[in-house]
Design a protein around this ligand. Structure first.
Ligand code: ZN
Ligand code: ZN
Length: 364
């Protein structure tokens, strides 16, 4: 008889059903992960709200190798029982993006181009187990995995992927270093990850902004090491940054707020001359009355940032393994597999109150 696994399948818009599925036969170049914990990401919530095809969501996945083929074991350097963090990407390994180290931009791992990745692959793609909201997940031959020490608390390990974005955008792309002033717009998972990464990279002053509705997250930002927080619903952002920096303004600004184009404009305003502004969130709307001359006048560098590299995930693994920051305080809700639907609603602000990092532990 085939071995089976319990999984939470997103079957329709805002609907998740618990189903029992067969575990696949393991080919020499593939494997099966026993999922330990999954962090709920904003992307999961977007899929949950506008699902087009049934799929298993969840892509911030930590687990133990349950079964592994001989070839895969050699290639990945892992054995059954070892603990790993998964990346969401399943890149081809052969295209120009992959060959240049930017496998996160590989068309084969972009669901919008018919590609596959963890947490965004339809059930119709064999063997269907491509999501973390499940007791087991398929390890595709092109999966990207990182070993993780056993001593790391599960809820902290679930932060590895968001943290890796922080390291990618602050350290690798933003080149943050000692003495730098960094403004982070948006105190969600990504913003807090950026604050942690900027401090770890040596930034002198980290300023996190948010609205009154995110007051709790702003307080958390302070606990995690942000030097200043600014409530943009009550305070004038530009004026505050002038005060804090004595008019020097910010070396690096990142906008990771969801919705609204105003934070992009204020980001350009608080950047110093020759500063850098990173855009890390979709806006789904056009700009009105936007004076581009500010970019010319201040000789700004503006760059879109998406996802993480292998290197930044390694930085994040080492960061969580160091235990230097109280990351567990970011975990607001931890659910069992049967509550995956509630976990998605809570993460999207429609379930239980005050979400920050929401996790699912499928074996609870
Ligand atoms: Zn994510
Ligand atoms: Zn590729």
């Amino acid at each position: 008889m085939r071995e089976k696994t319990w999984t939470a399948v997103a079957t329709n818009v805002k609907l998740t059903e618990i189903q029992e599925l067969n575990l696949p036969h393991v080919e020499p170049d593939a494997g099966i992960l026993k999922v330990e914990i999954v962090g709920v990401c904003g992307t999961d919530v977007s899929y949950y709200r506008s699902l087009k095809e049934p799929m298993i969501l969840g892509h911030h996945v930590v687990g133990h190798i349950y079964k592994i083929g001989e070839q895969a074991s050699k290639r990945w350097g892992v054995k059954e029982g070892e603990r790993v963090v998964m990346e969401e990407y399943i890149p081809c390994g052969q295209c120009e993006s992959c060959r240049s180290g930017f496998y996160r931009l590989c068309p084969d791992t972009n669901p919008k181009l018919g590609g596959i990745r963890y947490g965004a692959t339809p059930m119709s793609v064999d063997p269907a187990l491509f999501g973390g909201f499940s007791q087991h997940m398929y390890l595709h031959p092109n999966a990207v995995i990182h070993k993780l020490p056993e001593h790391v608390e599960a809820v902290e390990a679930a932060l590895t992927l968001p943290l890796s974005n922080g390291f990618e955008w602050m350290r690798i792309i933003g080149n943050v270093g000692p003495g730098d002033v960094v403004v982070i717009q948006g105190p969600g998972q990504q913003g807090l990850a950026c604050a942690l990464a900027a401090k770890a990279a040596g930034a002198e002053t980290v300023i996190v902004t948010g609205r009154s509705s995110s007051q709790k997250r702003l307080e958390l930002a302070s606990k995690l090491g942000a030097d200043y927080t600014i409530n943009v619903s009550k305070e004038d952002l530009v004026k505050r940054v002038v005060e804090i920096t004595s008019g020097k303004m910010a070396d690096l600004v990142i906008d990771v707020t969801s919705g609204g184009t105003d934070p992009v404009i204020s980001s350009l305003q608080v950047a110093k001359t020759r500063g850098t502004v990173l855009l890390g969130a979709l806006k789904h709307q056009l700009f009105n009355d936007f004076d581009l001359d500010i970019i010319y006048n201040k000789s700004l560098i503006i760059k879109g940032v998406r996802g993480h590299s292998y290197e930044s995930v390694q930085m994040a693994v080492e960061f969580v393994a160091s235990g230097k920051f109280p990351l567990a305080i970011m975990n607001s809700h931890n659910y069992k597999l049967s509550d995956t639907d509630l976990a998605l609603r809570t993460a999207g602000g429609e379930g239980e109150p005050s979400p920050l990092l929401v996790t699912v532990s499928p074996w609870l």
